[in-house]
Ligand binder design. Sequence first.
Ligand SMILES: C[S@@+](CC[C@H](N)C(=O)[O-])C[C@H]1O[C@@H](n2cnc3c(N)ncnc32)[C@H](O)[C@@H]1O
Length: 366
Amino acid sequence: MKKPAIVYSNVWEDPELNRVSLNVQPGDSVLSITSGGCNSLCLLLENPSKVVSIDFNPAQIALLEFKKAAISLLDYDDFLGVLGVEFYNKPTKHTPEKRIQLYKSFRDKLPGEARSFWDENESIIGSGVFMSGKVEKFFALYRWILGKLYNYDDIEKLFFQPDLESQWKYYRSIKIKRWRFLNRSLLNRFVLSLVKGGHSFAQVEDPDLSENLNRKIDRAMKNLYNPDNFFMALMLLGKHFKPESMSPYLLEKNYPLLKKNIDRLETYYGILTDVLKKYGPSSFDRLNLSNIFEWMDNSTFNGVIREAIALSKPRARLAYRYTLARPRELDSSNLEKLQYEPELSKKLFNQDRAFIYESFHAFQLK
Ligand SMILES: C[S@@+](CC[C@H](N)C(=O)[O-])C[C@H]1O[C@@H](n2cnc3c(N)ncnc32)[C@H](O)[C@@H]1O
């Protein structure tokens, strides 16, 4: 059997969209897709009674358990240090040996499967788990080639423009044809299928993925100020640009609350069908479904939505998104139960800092 591997060491989805659309209330129970664990951790900051974070890839669960144990037991500097979170132009204090030593300080607190995973993958801890997923390594390759096509200083200047207008002007002034060439060579269906698995693109109709992503990068350069966009910094610099611009669960000001609530996080290896068996119907107030529907055909999609509805309490809120695929259609029995919120969805989509997405969808159970 193939050994589980981390695909996403970060969630490349804007947590602000979940915060606003799900509008978690104190005491709510939340179901959340794990991926890199970031957004499940961000939802803990809303003071729910619990967040059940699920994933069908055990490596993603092991990653979130690692983050959870680090939050429980380490101070803020060591938390960022053990993850290998880095900042532009700031050398990190934590050596690979120090990271492994910190891991050993909380290793015994990990559940058995997560402990075995990390014992087998200690080298990942040494080099920093934060940018260790297949997707993050792909971005490292992307950056490396970008550095060959350009003088890297020219890319870094994208983070030093005084305002959005200058940023857009500057972006248009660098030799954009080279960047387009890179996107054609790397951001195409063949290469992306190797990174994310071919199934991810089963429902994608756009014949030209690189042109699709060119449009999205252009839109981000035009509308989102890079120094404040940690997604752009992680993609182009491979690190955060500044300490104030990170996912909320990584911010120092939020660390005491995160630590206080961390025991309200449960991880669960499985899919919604398993969650329904374990937790029973009507057990969640809020559901963050990430982009799990990306590859599903309409009938599978509607089946999973039925499970999500079964898991939901009355008036529950749900959110999901698509990266490249067109949205699937809700069938009549699902439509009867779910109220779509088109204006909120569109407004949030337009402010999405994780600029690669095609659409965002917020619903409330009727
Ligand atoms: C849907 S993927 C998308 C990742 C996200 N867009 C990002 O950029 O971080 C997120 C995670 O969901 C998991 N996943 C996908 N479909 C799932 C399902 N039906 N049930 C549970 N986990 C699922 C994958 O293993 C992956 O770790």
